[in-house]
Write a protein that binds this ligand. Sequence first.
Ligand code: ACO
Length: 500
Amino acid sequence: MENLYLIRSKSDDQNIIVGLKLLEYYSKNYKNIAIYCPIASKHDISIFQEWLNQFSINQNIENTYSFIDKDAMEEFNKDSNIFFNTILKTYEELKEKYEFVLTIGFSQFGILDTFGLNVKIAKNLNTPIVADVCSEYMSMTQKHLDKLLNGTNYVLIDENIDFEKISQLKSYDFMTPYRFKYEMIKKGIKNKKTVVLPEGNDERILKACDILLKTEVVDLIILGDEKEIKQNAEKLMLNIHSAKMMNPSTSDLCEEFASMLYEARKSKGMTLDQAKELVKDKTYFGTLLVHSGKADAMVSGASTTTAETIRPALQLIKTQEGVSSVSGLFFMGLEDKMLAFADCAVNPNPTAEQLASSAYVSAMTAKSFGLDPKVALLSYSSGDSGKGESVDLVKEALKIAKEKYPELNIDGPMQFDCAYDPKTAASKMPESKIAGQINVYVFPDLDAANIGYKAVQRTANALAIGPILQGLKKPVNDLSRGCLVDDIVDTVILSAVQAQ
Ligand code: ACO
């Protein structure tokens, strides 16, 4: 254990005593120790300064906190993504530099549930909790934490601190949606890519560009009339100056792109005149920027259907070697884990071969975003319990997947509950090594997958990032026409990471 999160629920004085005792203990055990408080009051900061001096801790006082209490509430209300990303960034930078980080939880956060938010932050930081609670609240707190932490990896303390018990705590390994996004941004910044956004006429796109450029996570090309785009951005008080702008109707690239498109599609009956006309279409122009290497990825679809968005990519960019079919995956962000659902976007009635291919590319996508893929081929039947044509199709897909991709951790046919819940798995598929722990869910057809992801997104209030088109040689990703600015931001960052 190299980190600890002290949740404070008593008077400030008592909290200071406990914090000090922990610091005394850990500064003896670790040479290089840091203090961190996500939201600190001015009083906290003066105490931290005393602690830095007393324990000769080599840390700037500005790095001991992310927000001062009043600003925190405002930032949280403005954009919880930026709020959590700021906390994760400060904390992870400390973790890289110091052997041990003692996080001191905050004791007030306006009218919001302070205890709950402290636990949420500790889960995002994957830092085990020590909670200092009054004896009368012990059993209630215990029940609450058992539920929130899926187990007992925390310690409650009262007057006496059991350091032996605390030293047995292990860092959590939650992949929260905020951590997932933080990791994505970190990856994006490390190896910056250029993403083209063909729908410069859409306000949501411009708002997303403003956020993305502030974060410095990608370079952007926006398509459309430059004067109009700039006027709209000014009206909306957005800063998109560093984006490159191109107009498909007047661009110098049109001729080059027309012959590129004609060469690629002449065998399918396209004439040069048709190609000249088509390159003026923003989606074709954007796709050609990616195809020609002038951009690394494209995100479009805020105003076009999925078919209109992805058809040029299927025709021009084509599939990666060894991948027979493109499919679409959503990352579903639950409270403290990320799941992958496929194919929610492309193939209405997949063959067994396409299902197997979908399973493989989904596992690869999940892996490239930090998940250890365990794949289920979903069905209304688990193991040999049910019979039917679609069950046979899934069984055939499993056979193909196992033969073609022997390294793949895959099983099926499996019902969703059997795939997700260890207890159900133990009774329905006891022989399966991965049932009950699945994080990549391959649905049997587009109906099931598309309905499934939307049902989880809307009823469980889960974050849905995607669809990520997988299997193409270069990333082109589709937006829903009802997308929000945050969805665009997420999809652009994800596309940039996919392009690495
Ligand atoms: N993988 C790889 N290539 C493909 C695929 C695929 N899954 N599907 C089609 N292609 C290729 C074809 O081989 C063809 O290539 P070619 O012209 O070089 O020979 C090219 O794409 C065009 O093929 P068509 O069959 O003419 O394409 P079609 O017009 O049928 O469009 C599409 C394909 C767009 C994927 C279609 O299957 C479709 O509309 N799917 C459903 C999309 C949808 O509505 N999704 C739900 C909404 S998304 C959401 O809610 C998130």
